[in-house]
Design a protein around this ligand. Sequence first.
Ligand SMILES: *Cc1c(COP(=O)(O)O)cnc(C)c1O
Length: 386
Amino acid sequence: MQGFSTRAIHSGQEPDPTTGAVILPIHTSSTFAQDGVGGTRGGYEYSRSANPTRTALQDCLAALEGGRHAHAFGSGMGATDTLLRILLRPGDHMVIPHDAYGGTFRLVDKVLSGWGVEYTAVDLGDLDALRAALRPSTKVIWCETPTNPLLGVADIAGLAEVAHGVSSPHPPRLVVDNTFASPYLQTPLALGADVVLHSTTKYVGGHSDAVGGALVTSDDELAERITFTQNSVGSVPGPFDAYLTLRGAKTLAVRMERHSDNAERVVELLSAHPGVSSVLYPGLPGHPGHEVAAKQMRRFGGMVSFLAAGGRDAALKICATTKLFTLAESLGGVESLIEHPGQMTHASVAGSMLEVPDSLVRLSVGIEDVDDLLDDLRTALDAAGA
Ligand SMILES: *Cc1c(COP(=O)(O)O)cnc(C)c1O
């Protein structure tokens, strides 16, 4: 197999046969001329069903995750919804991480529950807890690793063993949300996952300028059902967003290396600063998931969370003081972001099992010059401690 960056730059992206253009055109056409009734020229009819720019992105994503099929969506949540419509029926049960992405939890807890779908939230770092939560009706085990915003780690190969060890005509499928790691750092299909999900809005796109999602699988029958259901519900990306995501993916490897380098330096600073009581990063030897992360990830990525020693007020002050770290939700872009999960991304889950400590600060460490990032953080930490 070719190396990661070679696949990122070339998979699905041959020079245009009619013009020789090295870069794939953004095919804005919603419809495609047909040679005769029922006969297409290039396999395309209508852009909800398929679009050439989207196809190129899908071929690239499949190559990066090592899967046979990829489908690109208008958002990560669109991908999640489409997949769960296929895998779940009324009365079915799914397992979700006790610290699942808030949007995923909301979809399961507030939307799918209305369709008779049941769920159990489990700490997936604990395989015995997972085994105990399984029911005969369990059809999906949903995993995120590392998790948001507490950076917990789950053992993907261990989860796959549990899922596939269930003796049932319809054993549960293991779905891994690989958004935080990106396919450069971790490839869940190779570890036994059935489906990989991405919010490509984050690291794959990488420039905070396009919302998108993806599903990748090597299961031919499931892929056909995804094609059918996506076309039925219409959760597709526009061609311009597909192009931006494909463009971003070309540099994923170099960006992830730099995100990881910068995050490691940020972790060093935070670990030594009196204004920080705890640093959450899977690269730290003291992190409970460190060994598993070291086994299944190439490096540990750009997401870092920490607890402010001065509690909630100090955490808010740090978020209000940084200048280079922009106060904003989302993650995975080239620019550094900071947020207070308790009052921002995770405000809607206050009072639920997903509630996070109010001294928690989450950083998406970007790829700026690291000394500038460290200066910015040090200034904010000192101000919050003063
Ligand atoms: C952002 C995100 C999603 C949802 O993706 P959207 O593109 O915002 O719809 C799902 N999972 C994780 C881990 C995310 O960070």
